[in-house]
Design a protein around this ligand. Structure first.
Ligand SMILES: Cc1cc2nc3c(=O)[nH]c(=O)nc-3n(C[C@H](O)[C@H](O)[C@H](O)COP(=O)(O)OP(=O)(O)OC[C@H]3O[C@@H](n4cnc5c(N)ncnc54)[C@H](O)[C@@H]3O)c2cc1C
Length: 315
């Protein structure tokens, strides 16, 4: 019997949209039963949100102080214990899922399929390799008891929120491994929409030249109600924090609108915006590779046109 367990991601009060996307991806295996597990200290409200995700049969809730923070080291042993009830375990390929699933795989001594972008069948998946330059089909052998996968959220629309799953409380089954404890949390430095899920993103590259000059990107983003992103060159130069990096080694995003400002369009950057809707590029070099993928291109000096654009939009 094909039984799927999806691991929910949340911040204690709000279920992440990535969970509904992971459910959508997981639905592709055609499971007879699809459950969701929520860990938390007091996750009642998150569990109710989770129960609304269409396609979910049962929300299984493991609560307790041990799960007050989403520590992969604490959750992985619980999930590994639950694995024998399921043929498939899925989680979104976010920072949370990328931290968690390899630990589950390690405990179960199984390999995982990472970054699933299409589900071809219960054991057949497509995933990107070589920074998205090639797509490979991966078949998981029948001898593997549990299929473990992380789901590329940019590749799936979120499942509808019209479901009414049952909610079931579960006892914690595994003891604390004791080697990892929560020390503290630092909030992300940015204001405005979350980069991973924003429908509009304005990104800046090396061309900005300094953290101070990067304010021009924040200005345009504010005017558009967009999140701010950056190329790796801009991050490495210290113009913006690491969490804003878009690309192969940063965030993979799929906004409706992506505006790349002073970004050349290296393949490692483009990997991060492959599923974006409309791509707009502003670059003073008409030969820049970003124009090959852009729907709209403006060959211009960013320091002249971005403030002008901001004024026009505000007006
Ligand atoms: C293993 C690996 C992983 C990587 N992962 C990532 C990743 O996740 N994300 C990522 O972004 N990169 C990544 N990179 C780096 C990537 O290869 C590029 O070096 C990087 O994306 C370049 O950033 P950039 O476009 O800002 O800079 P550049 O390539 O230097 O481009 C700057 C652009 O700005 C334009 N410009 C300059 N002045 C102006 C102006 N006044 N007005 C308008 N345009 C102007 C120039 O014409 C140029 O096209 C990775 C590289 C490796 C090897």
């Amino acid at each position: 019997m094909t039984k799927v367990l999806v691991i929910a991601e949340h911040d204690g009060t709000q279920l992440s949209v990535a969970t509904a996307k992971a459910v959508k991806g997981a639905e592709g295996v055609g499971a007879e039963k699809l459950d969701l597990v929520v860990f938390g200290n007091d996750p009642a409200s998150v569990s109710e949100q989770a129960a609304k995700i269409s396609g979910v049969d049962c929300v299984r809730v493991v609560s307790g102080e041990d799960f007050a923070e989403p520590l992969a080291a604490r959750m992985a042993p619980e999930i590994a214990k639950m694995a024998s009830d399921y043929s498939h375990l899925f989680v979104a390929s976010t920072t949370f899922g990328r931290d968690l699933m390899p630990r589950v795989a390690g405990l179960l001594r199984l390999n995982q399929v990472s970054d699933v972008m299409a589900v071809l069948g219960p054991r057949s998946f497509k995933r990107p390799i070589y920074a998205g330059n090639a797509i490979v089909t991966v078949n998981v052998p029948e001898t593997v008891a549990t299929v473990l996968a992380t789901v590329r959220t940019a590749s799936f629309a979120a499942a509808q929120m019209t479901g009414s799953a049952t909610i079931e409380a579960l006892e914690s089954q595994a003891s604390d491994p004791g080697h990892t404890r929560f020390v503290g949390r630092e909030g992300s430095s940015g204001e405005g929409p979350d980069l991973s899920s924003a429908s509009r993103v304005v990104s800046g590259g090396r061309a900005l030249g300094s953290a101070d000059a990067f304010k021009v990107i924040y200005g345009l983003a504010n005017t558009l109600g967009a999140a701010v992103g950056a190329s790796r060159a801009a991050v490495d130069a210290g113009y913006v924090p690491n969490e804003l990096q878009v690309g192969q080694t940063g965030k993979i995003i799929a906004p409706d609108l992506y505006i790349a400002v002073g970004i050349s369009g290296a393949i490692q950057h483009l990997t991060g915006i492959k599923d974006a809707g409309t791509i707009v590029a502003i670059n003073k070099d008409s030969e820049a590779p970003i124009f090959e993928v852009a729907d709209l291109g403006l060959v211009a000096d960013l320091f002249e046109v971005v403030p002008e654009l901001e004024k026009l939009i505000s007006a």
